[in-house]
Design a protein around this ligand. Structure first.
Ligand code: IPE
Ligand code: IPE
Ligand code: MG
Length: 244
């Protein structure tokens, strides 16, 4: 039986989040520069997005650029931003034809204006699509997001829009940039690192974590199938007892 056939389509995760890591190390292993790794990484983004759409997974959230990544050398940051613009220009039409809706989470105001323009155009073009919501985390970090949410909750409390006693888990979730997304059931990180790197800390409270040694540019359909099969073999207890 092929890996794809081993997937139980009735028990798919509804939301997969991915920390796309290892572009630089993959490029180095090929004797190429880091930017080549990022360019190849875009091919994995396309492959994995299309595979999720084909499988019928409605939400995919990709960590593309973290708040901390601003601390990389300016030339690498500039190359990543240019790659974002050129990839959006190339891919939006095809995303739209496949019924994929583009969404972003993160501090968009921190991005160069050309990126913001392409993102807004892509979001507007695809906003009616319902097959798969592809969220790109850009200038995103979880602590940034939670800090912003706490500031806004405090402002709304001061204005009398909410009472402190009304602040519960649902309300906090509504103030996060992921307010329109369900929590991920599966989080994948490539490249062998086993850390979260400031990604979706609130949202992954009960998410299943899957780590693979594959670098992001080599993460293909088969690797995604393996992650989903692994997820489907887990017993998600949510603090309760195993289902008999
Ligand atoms: C992930 O690959 C992409 C981004 C963080 C933008 P890296 O650039 O982190 O690659 P490694 O981890 O250095 O190999
Ligand atoms: C996490 O990867 C961020 C993205 C994939 C965008 P990093 O390569 O930046 O994370 P660390 O530095 O290894 O934790
Ligand atoms: Mg990395």
């Amino acid at each position: 039986m092929s890996l794809q056939q081993q997937i139980d389509l009735s028990r798919l995760p509804q939301h997969i989040a991915i920390i796309m890591d290892g572009n630089g190390r993959w490029a180095k292993a090929q004797g190429k520069n880091r930017v080549f790794g990022h360019t190849e990484g875009v091919k994995s983004v396309r492959r994995i997005t299309e595979t999720c759409a084909h499988l019928g997974i409605p939400y995919l959230t990709l960590y593309a650029f973290s708040t901390e990544n601003w601390g990389r050398p300016p030339a690498e940051v500039a190359a990543l931003m240019e790659l974002l613009v050129s990839s959006l220009r190339k891919e939006i039409k095809s995303l739209n034809e496949q019924g994929i809706r583009l969404n972003t989470i993160g501090d968009l105001q921190a991005l160069p204006p050309a990126c913001v323009r392409e993102l807004q155009a892509g979001i507007a073009t695809t906003h009616q699509n319902q097959r798969l919501t592809l969220s790109l985390a850009l200038s995103y970090s979880s602590r940034w997001e939670i800090t912003k949410a706490v500031q806004q909750i405090a402002r709304d409390a001061l204005k009398g829009k909410i009472h402190p006693n009304e602040i519960n888990e649902q309300l906090i979730s509504q103030y996060l940039t992921t307010h329109n997304l369900p929590d991920p059931e599966l989080l994948i990180r490539t490249s062998g690192e086993q850390r979260i790197s400031n990604y979706l800390l609130w949202q992954i409270a009960y998410t299943e974590l899957y780590f693979t040694d594959k670098y992001w540019p080599e993460f293909d359909e088969e690797e995604l199938y393996k992650a989903i099969i692994d997820y489907q073999q887990r017993d998600r207890r949510f603090g309760k007892l195993a289902t008999p």
